[in-house]
Design a protein. Structure first.
Length: 185
């Protein structure tokens, strides 16, 4: 299983590379990687397991964060009154997006970043995405709110981009034109 010691931190070269497309049918080790990424985000949100194994609770994890430069990530996002939004995305793409933007008013963090970096991270408010599942089947989804923000954060990891790259260095809390702020509940 993936533990915090397996998650690479800021400064590691894997976080700054463009990750490689994944071929189908999935190799055994790629299927295992998919399972492990999704298992991490699920386990990390289980109070007992997160305490037992010292996992930082996360809603998304991308393959480059475990030093695997492949275009794969997992999301597991609790939704009030609904089942969690939970999936692995292989070779994901944004096929269309809103003009409207959004940002977490509390800013973003990252499982690979052990410090607070303040500031607004502009994201598209709504996206339509395409990706492949572990069976090599293509799927599409329309995402908004936290799922849209998290998807863009993870997709950035596959392109060597960190959330703080998007923060205005001189004025981290500068108004973002056309953006609807998103409060974490
Ligand atoms: C996270 N979690 O998992 F708005 F219920 C972050 C960490 C870095 C703080 C653990 C998070 O933002 N949780 C969250 C946010 C809400 C409401 C809520 C829970 N990641 C994943 C990561 O680092 N992947 O590479 C950070 C991103 C998730 C969305 C934006 C930042
Ligand atoms: Zn991250």
């Amino acid at each position: 299983m993936i533990l915090m010691k397996n998650i690479v931190r800021e400064g590691h070269p894997a976080l700054r590379k463009r990750a490689q497309e994944v071929p189908f049918p999935l190799a055994k080790e790629d299927r295992k990687l998919c399972d492990d990424l999704l298992e991490y985000v699920k386990n990390s949100q289980d109070i007992e397991l997160s305490e037992r194994y010292g996992l930082r609770p996360g809603i998304g994890l991308a393959a480059p964060q475990v030093d695997e430069s492949k275009r794969i990530f997992a999301l597991h996002i609790p939704e009030t009154g609904k089942d969690p939004l939970s999936f692995v995305a292989i070779n994901p793409k944004i096929i269309s997006h809103s003009v409207e933007k959004t940002y977490l008013t509390s800013g973003e963090g990252c499982l690979s970043v052990d410090r607070d970096v303040e500031g607004y991270v502009p994201r598209y408010a709504r996206i339509t995405i395409k990706a492949y599942d572990t069976d090599g089947k293509e799927f599409k989804k329309r995402l908004k709110g936290l799922p849209a923000i998290a998807f863009q954060h993870e997709l950035d990891h596959l392109n060597g981009i960190m959330f703080f790259d998007h923060i205005d260095k001189k004025s981290p809390f500068k108004d973002i034109p056309n953006a609807i702020p998103f409060d974490r509940d």
